[in-house]
Every structure is written in structure tokens, then in C-alpha cells.
Write a new protein. Structure first.
Length: 589
């Protein structure tokens, strides 16, 4: 084997790994977060969890990706540790699909249909179809399918390049000698574990082993211990992912490790004990791709059937390994929601975007609660409520900080057009939610001042202010619905109401000046009233921003002033009709 053959082998390996990565990313984008939602919601019993784990892994072609996702689910509280055990077992079964696909390259025969089933025959066709879909089709879903096809073709080309490059090794005595050493079960396991730990994929390391089979120098006696080691080596990815996670997430990674270690040890002890008496005749025979796939599948199915009844034992072992330390403080609901923004989900952008939207909706709810609690203080003051407003505002600030940072990281991922628009909307709107809670603080401070100085509005002013507050609550409810439901029809109602709120603000100030001239009010109360109405008017402005953002980003434009001008000056008269409707509803007596 010369220098150029080595280069070909390395290039083939690089293409193989890249193709697997491209195909996996394409599959994840096509699923649009659906697979993750299935895992999240349908793991109520162990059997179902195993089936789901196997199914999802078979689709995304990576047990490591599934187990890392599970660690993230457990870390963020979406999934319990007991639910995670079955999914992890299923992931090990699902990953065997890759080895069966790769084994197709070993099909032999002169029949046309047999030939067409060989990856070397159909992968170029898939590559051409994929390239056409990526370059000339506008539909994003079809582009992603094209990516999957191209990724598969690259993977198979890399596999073929590796196989061709290593074929001459059959005549190299040193290579045969090294492989003979791996027939020692311990050395074979270590070699398989190290290879998989380095490339972070058991599917890829099994593929490399299948490529080496073309030399004819890899016997089943050599392959079996290496396959066992590969199953242990794949645990490294989940263990690394659990660093910095909470205790249950670390335990999920340990369950993965214990499952593979115990399964491997039991399988090896039984297999070699039986071999001591039965002397399996196939062990010295040269392995092929299909044989590797059979061994890989048999082991993982065996380990799952063996350990599934003892899932609680695996859970307890993990709990004994990762012990409870000092009593941890109970986390608030907000902290639990924020944990959904797990960095592990960034590798699955569609799902990460869904989690971000969910957290943003919770932030909006906290922001609304802050405003309404502050408004209650104007008619029913209490120190507890005032403190609650301050606490809620701090929670909203925390949401904005965490969401903003997470969305910036997410924006660097390969997002679909829909997710990219959603990210823009959330990133714009969280600033408005935070500012609304800031105005709630201003209202709370006005209420504190009134209570401290024992000041009250006149009955006339109170009635007018309540109408103004009703209008602001109406626009808040509409704006928050527009954001959470992406309701573009409701968004049309926001701007007319915002105009009426501006008019009400001006009218309230004029009426206060008249009362001041008639000696029915004081300048001090006028300042307080102005502070409150100005804060409420600005809340309405932020609601307008939310509605404009949702509408404009969905239309793939973002020019607020041009949009508002076009809405207010439209010929249909719909806008003026909505303004008149709001004026009638919130008419001052």
C-alpha cells in the first residue's frame, strides 16, 4: 500500500464522515422538530420508549445525537430519568440500520436488479436528483430532501473509496498481524472503543470496519470484539454532553454507559464461554459487510432484551454513581422554563426554535402579569403587590437575557426560512415585552407615591382613567395573542386601537387641566396622572411594535414607518372603520 493509497483512504474516510453528517442534518431539518416532539411526549412506558428511540435513531442515523438529545431533555426537565432509559436502549438498536445500508455495497451478482441495488449503481442517480433539487427547486422542504440524497451519495462514495484503498492491505503481513492481535477480546474491545470515542459515531466506526472487510483479513473473531468496543466508545459523546448538566442529566449519560458496558460484558462472557465448548466454526472465516451488520444488530437487540426488564436497576446504578449532594434549592417556575433553552438542542435548530418560542410566550405572560399587578395597585394598594411587581419585572429581565443570548447562538445554525422568520420575530418582540414590564414598574412607583402621600384622584378622573386602562388592557390582550398565535388577522386591530389610546391620553390631560383651573385637582396629582397615562400610552406603542413585527417579518419585510403609513392611508376604509369602532367603545363620559 503506497502513499497515494493512504491519501485515498483518508479522503474516503473524510467523505464518509462528511456524508453521514450532511445526511443527518438534512434528515433533522426535514423532520422540523417533529421527531424531538415525539420523543418528548410519547415515552409513557418502557416498550414504547424503546420503539421510539429506535425509530428516531434509524431516521436521523445517529445514536449519539439521540442520546445527547435525551440528556438535554432530562436536563431541562422535559423528560424524567425513568423515561430516558428506554429511549437510550432503543437508540442502540436504531443505530444498526446504518450498518445494514452500508452492507448493500457487498451485494454481488450479474442480474440487473441485483446490480441496481448496489449503492455504487444507485447513489450517482440519487446524487444527480439531489443536486437538481438543491439548485433548481425553490421549495425549502424539497431542497432539504435533496441534501439528504447528496449526503447519502457522498457517504457511499466515501465508503467505496475506503474499501478500494484498503483492499491492497490483504497482501501486507504487518496489517494482518495487527488484526490478529485484535482477535484477543480485550484488545479488540479497547481498539473499537478508542476508534468510536475519537470519531464520536458508532455508525461511522462500524462502517470503517465494514470497509476493512474487503481485504478478507478481518475474521469474525477479530470483528466481534471490535464491535463490542464500538458500542462502549459511543457513550463518550453523551458523557461529554452531560458535563455542566444537572444530576439527572448526568445520570442519563451514565445509564447509556452502564447499558453498553453491562450488555457487552454479559454478551462476551456468554459468547466465549459457549465457544470454549462449541468451538464456533465461523470465527476464523473472513467477515463481510452483511455479517458485521448481523453481529451489530444481534448484540444490540440482545442487550436491549436482556436489560429492559432491569431498567430500574440501571436507573439506581446511575443514581448511586451520581449521588445527591447537599439539598438543592427548589427552582422557580421561571427557572424551570429557562432550562428549556438547553445548548444541546442547538444541533437540532427546528426543535431549539420551538423551545425558544415556548419560553418567549411564558415571558410574555410574566410581562402581562407584571403590568396587570401594577394596575391593580392604583385601586387596591398593598406592599405585597408592590414587591410582587418588582419581582416579576426581574423575572422578565432574566427571560430577556437568557432568550437573547440563546437566540443569537441559534441564529448561527442552519435555519429553515420559517424558523429564520420566527427567530426574527421573537428576537424583536422580547425587547417590547421587557419594556412593558419596565413601564409597569413606573406605574407601581406612582401608586407607591400616592399611597405614601395619601393622595387620590377625583371620582371623575378615576372613571376616565379606568376607561383608558380598559383600552390598554384590550390592546395588550390582542398583541400578546398576535405573538403567541401568529394571528395576522388580529394584528390588523392593533393599530386603530393604538391611535384611539393616543387620543385618550391627550384628552385625559386636557380634562385634568380644566379641573386644575376649576380648583378640583392639584398640580401634584396632575404629574402623577401624566406619569401613569404616559406609561400606558408607551405600553400601547410596544403592543403596536409587536403586531407590526409579526406582520412584517412574515411578509419578509421590516419597514415600520412605511407599513404604518400604508395601513393608515389605505383606500378601503377598513382602518378608519376600526378606529371609529374603538372610539365608540372607549368614549369618555
Amino acid at each position: 500500500m503506497d502513499f497515494f493509497s493512504v491519501l485515498t483512504m483518508i479522503g474516503g474516510l473524510a467523505l464518509f464522515l462528511y456524508g453521514m453528517n450532511v445526511m443527518g442534518d438534512g434528515l433533522a431539518k426535514v423532520s422540523g422538530g417533529k421527531l424531538e416532539r415525539i420523543l418528548e411526549t410519547l415515552t409513557s412506558n418502557p416498550i414504547k420508549a424503546v420503539v421510539l428511540g429506535a425509530g428516531v435513531t434509524a431516521v436521523i442515523q445517529s445514536s449519539s445525537a439521540t442520546t445527547v438529545m435525551v440528556v438535554g431533555f432530562v436536563n431541562s426537565g422535559i423528560m424524567k430519568l425513568s423515561q430516558a432509559v428506554g429511549v437510550i436502549m432503543g437508540a442502540n438498536v436504531g443505530t444498526t440500520i446504518t450498518s445494514w445500508i452500508l452492507s448493500l455495497s457487498g451485494i454481488e451478482g450479474d442480474n440487473f436488479f441485483i446490480q441496481i441495488c448496489k449503492p455504487t449503481s444507485f447513489s450517482p442517480v440519487l446524487a444527480i436528483i439531489g443536486i437538481v433539487m438543491m439548485m433548481f427547486v425553490k421549495n425549502e422542504k424539497k431542497k432539504d430532501i435533496g441534501t439528504i440524497l447528496v449526503g447519502f451519495a457522498i457517504l457511499m462514495f466515501g465508503m467505496e473509496s475506503m474499501s478500494s484503498a484498503v483492499k491492497p492491505l490483504a497482501d501486507v503481513p504487518e496489517f494482518t498481524g495487527i488484526l490478529t492481535a485484535f482477535s484477543n477480546p480485550i484488545l479488540g474491545m479497547i481498539a473499537g472503543a478508542l476508534l468510536t470515542a475519537v470519531i464520536q459515531s458508532s455508525s461511522a466506526s462500524v462502517g470503517i470496519l465494514q470497509a476493512l472487510c474487503v481485504t478478507g483479513a478481518v475474521s469474525y473473531g477479530v470483528a466481534i470484539p471490535i464491535i463490542m468496543g464500538q458500542n462502549i466508545g459511543t457513550c463518550v459523546t453523551a458523557l461529554l454532553s452531560s458535563i455542566g448538566a444537572n444530576k439527572n442529566a448526568k445520570r442519563a449519560a451514565m445509564v447509556h454507559l452502564y447499558f453498553n458496558v453491562i450488555g457487552t460484558l454479559v454478551f462476551m462472557v456468554l459468547f466465549y464461554s459457549i465457544n470454549a465448548f462449541a468451538h464456533f466454526a465461523f470465527l476464523p472465516e473472513a467477515a463481510n459487510g452483511a455479517g458485521i451488520a448481523v453481529v451489530h444488530s444481534l448484540f444490540n437487540v440482545f442487550a436491549t432484551l436482556l436489560l429492559l426488564p432491569f431498567s430500574k436497576v440501571l436507573e439506581k446504578l446511575a443514581c448511586l454513581t451520581v449521588r445527591d449532594g447537599e439539598e438543592e434549592k427548589d427552582e422557580s417556575a421561571a427557572e424551570q422554563e429557562i432550562q428549556l433553552l438547553d445548548a444541546r438542542f442547538l444541533d437540532k435548530p427546528a426543535f431549539a426554535m420551538e423551545q425558544s418560542v415556548h419560553v418567549a410566550v411564558q415571558m410574555a405572560e410574566e410581562s402581562r402579569k407584571t403590568l396587570y399587578t401594577a394596575l391593580d395597585l392604583l385601586s387596591d394598594f398593598s406592599e405585597e403587590k408592590a414587591k410582587e411587581v418588582s419581582r416579576l419585572e426581574s423575572v422578565v429581565d432574566r427571560y430577556e437575557d437568557e432568550l437573547g443570548s440563546y437566540l443569537v447562538k441559534l441564529s448561527r445554525q442552519n435555519l429553515s426560512s420559517h424558523d429564520s422568520h420566527t427567530l426574527s420575530i421573537v428576537l424583536h418582540c422580547i425587547g417590547d415585552f421587557e419594556r412593558i414590564s419596565d413601564h409597569a414598574i413606573n406605574i407601581m412607583e406612582s401608586a407607591v407615591e400616592m399611597n405614601k402621600k395619601q393622595l387620590t384622584f377625583t371620582k371623575k378622573a378615576q372613571g376616565e382613567l379606568q376607561i383608558f386602562i380598559s383600552a390598554v388592557k384590550d390592546i395588550v390582550e390582542n398583541a400578546y395573542k398576535v405573538f403567541s398565535d401568529q394571528d395576522l388577522k388580529r394584528a390588523q386591530m392593533i393599530e386603530p386601537l393604538e391611535e384611539v389610546i393616543d387620543e385618550l391620553n391627550q384628552e385625559l390631560k386636557k380634562r385634568h387641566i380644566r379641573r386644575l383651573r376649576n380648583g378640583k385637582c392639584t398640580i401634584e396629582m396632575g404629574f402623577i396622572l401624566s406619569d401613569i397615562t404616559t406609561s400606558l400610552e408607551r405600553v400601547a406603542d410596544h403592543c403596536s411594535n409587536i403586531a407590526v413585527c409579526v406582520t412584517q417579518v412574515r411578509d419578509d419585510t421590516y419597514d415600520t414607518h412605511s407599513y404604518l403609513d400604508s395601513v393608515k392611508n389605505e383606500d378601503s376604509g377598513v382602518y378608519r372603520a376600526l378606529v371609529m369602532q374603538a372610539q365608540e367603545k372607549y368614549m369618555l363620559p
